[in-house]
Ligand binder design. Sequence first.
Ligand code: CA
Length: 536
Amino acid sequence: MQSKRGWYWLRLLVGGLLLASIATPSANGRGLSVAVSESPNRQPAIPRADQDAAADELLEQFVKETGQRPNILWLVVDDLGFGDVGGPWGGGEMLGAETPNIDALSSGGLALTSTYSQPTCTPTRSAMMTGRLPVRTGLIRPILAGDVIARNPWADEKSVAAILSEAGYHTVLTGKWHTGELEGMRPHEVGFDEFQGYYASQKELTQQFDARRYPDLVLNEERLARFQEVSGRIDMHYGEKGKGEKVVVKTKSVEQFAEADQLLTDFTIGKIKKLAKGDKPFFISHNFMRVHADNHPSKTYRGASASKYPFKDNVVEVDAHVGSMVAALDEAGVLENTFIFFTSDNGPQLDAWPDSGHTPFRSGKGTAWEGAVRVPGIAYWKGMIAPRESAELFDLLDLFNTTVHLAGADDQIPDDRYIDGIDQTSFLIGEDGQSKREHVYIWLGEQLMAVRMYEYKLHLQVMHQESAFQAIDFATRSHVGLSPWLFNLYIDPKEQMPVGHRMNPWLASIGGEAKMHGATFMRFPPKDVGLSTEAK
Ligand code: CA
């Protein structure tokens, strides 16, 4: 049950947005909005019937010619900033870490410059898996060492892997999971046929070996023993559906863990080679451990970046692994049969600077500012997606619906709960495809912070930082005053100059959309799995 306190945000929405009632009429009577809902438990989407029909024809033709649904490869980097990648994102060589392989994907595919994640790791990863906002699944913040989970969030969720397995795919998760490591919450227990990787973030896996950074932990034997009792499992595991799991590589030192991403890439490449010869299509979600703090360069890539900083060396390593996995698909003869999506699970963790990435936007991981949630996004499918760039909205939630649609399994998406993702197949593969997403809702924990709609972004609550690089450890969340803060990201991408009462034709309209979003939680109450940090 949601406590009274937990409903605070909803009261704010319903009671605070007085301006919402004066929206001007439009196609659906909702002012700026033209989106419509196909059912009460689906996120409203911009109707694009012709585009959808053309994309489906293309997809059916592909299936007819190849005799199979497409393979799907997700490449998810941890905490990579929007501005760390070259090409349209403006990083790469200019910032001392070249990314030629990622650049090749973006120049050969669809570069999405308005891709949105959730503000932190676990929320984004669970959203991609379920097509549902973290506040709905209960996975509202990263699970940390010593956390007590009140109930298994996965017990009543259906993952994209479960749907694709049932649709005839072989499904694999490589690398970081971070959405529950207790029994019943592991990748091979929530739908994946195979899992090889780690349950937590790099820092949590290596801190007990790093005396230079954590002397008060590592050099105090008694505390170290107590820490090890509450910390989760730090070794690389292999799990198989229905067969349990085992440790395959023990984590023994910082230097040894630094080789993890190479081992994980080798694993994925091995799977690609094997599965390419099989008669089933495959879905592989490859999740890099890098470039989350703490970054320790591997032997091969130490000093490989022009910058020589560990974070940058690790960006170079990630880029090399992206290149070798794409090359493996090519060598196995399935590059043209594989839809690839490259992204990051959230913006740079500025609190770890200089062991963090770069964003041209305001703030970083852990807030609702663009720096936290605007990430690189690339959809690549040789021969199916024409090289182009789009600044239209794509939410990583949409990967759920899009992946399911590519697999031809739309009818397996549950209809007894709210689904926030939108099928964006026709945006990604259609010639000149346009986004069907009109809104991006940015939640932080149990709080609705902001709404992006077209080029506008409206904040209901904001994060203030005590210092420029500390968005998590030295920041305060507060409610806005009389009016929500409205920014026009086309003329003010850094969110510094609200336009609400200077030029505000859509202030009320966007506020109304936030209110309608809030109302979906009255019908479909959020799930509490014990990760709340609110006083109750
Ligand atoms: Ca992350």
